[in-house]
Design a protein around this ligand. Sequence first.
Ligand SMILES: NC(=O)c1ccc[n+]([C@@H]2O[C@H](COP(=O)([O-])OP(=O)(O)OC[C@H]3O[C@@H](n4cnc5c(N)ncnc54)[C@H](O)[C@@H]3O)[C@@H](O)[C@H]2O)c1
Length: 346
Amino acid sequence: MLQVGIVGLGFMGMIHYLTYKRLPGVRVAAICEVNERRLAGDWTDIKGNFGPPGEQMDLSDVATFTSLEEMLASTELDFVDVTLPPAMHADATIKALAAGRHVFCEKPMALTLAECERMSAAAAAADRRLYIGHVLPYFPEYAWALEAARSGRYGKLLGGAFRRVISDPAWLTNYWQADNVGGPLFDLHIHDAHFIRLLFGMPRAVVSRGRVKNGLPEFWHSLMAYDGGELLVEATSGTIAQQGRSFNHGFEIHFEQATLLFEFAVIGDEGRYLCPPTVLAADGTATVVDTGDGDPLNAFAAELASVVDCISANRASDVLDAALAEDAIRLCQMQHKSVIAALGRT
Ligand SMILES: NC(=O)c1ccc[n+]([C@@H]2O[C@H](COP(=O)([O-])OP(=O)(O)OC[C@H]3O[C@@H](n4cnc5c(N)ncnc54)[C@H](O)[C@@H]3O)[C@@H](O)[C@H]2O)c1
């Protein structure tokens, strides 16, 4: 039975805690959180955009700490799960690795490439595993697309278009701070940046145009060109002020012999497919594919089960790999630079 310690018990810390409770082979042995009410089990003020509301929890079987150093010194954890705000990922991860623990850290890996490099170097120096929590490939529609690409069933990949747009999360006070959350590029589009990197590799050049808020891209379009000139990838992402469609994501992925389509949105209070997962074939047919239950909690369960499997077998993950997550940051930075340069700013 692996013992995990969670650091940062906010929305994502709660989702991870509830998910570990569902999984065999792992136990939450410790939690580190600076908010004493949450540490005492009062999670009633935790809210997110999916999953159950926070409740009063019984944490009597969990060791609780307000300091990560203390948690690392007083427990025999196999791994630490970092669910702190992005600006705190690097320091917490490096401390846990240096203390001999494997680390699973939420996305985005960090807010700068220098921090990403320090995190990977710390993992190598400590000979410990570092996994980054990119959950999107565990969502059924994205898992379907990834499997299709890896199988080669439809021939070579030729490119695609990816969309991820939300209403401005006005209730998140740190959202528009470059040195805290990093805005929609690092919080939201990072999911697609990672998925694009996973499917297509790194582009040679990126052109992005968009609107800026607080010096951060707010809403933008990107075109990514690859060596060889065959692949072409588009991405649209960001926030809009209108609250009537709180969430929208989807893709169109081009293969030599088929095109995969999918789009989902929450409009009003209702989550629904605008286009169900569909294969367009060269013979003119359009086949809707049942990819299964899209409950985000199941995607987190699949992701964390994979982390537990990888740590148990002491092996790398071809999805949660830190080098891929670092490239996703790099791809976000390329888009940031392009948006800002086009506006004549630095
Ligand atoms: N994969 C996804 O879909 C997804 C969704 C939401 C959030 N996230 C990621 O999860 C991470 C956390 O986001 P969140 O929404 O849960 O944030 P949050 O603000 O709700 O939670 C962060 C928690 O960390 C605690 N904290 C702050 N400083 C601390 C310290 N020094 N020691 C211990 N605890 C400390 C805060 O009190 C808070 O409870 C972010 O990286 C975010 O991008 C991922």
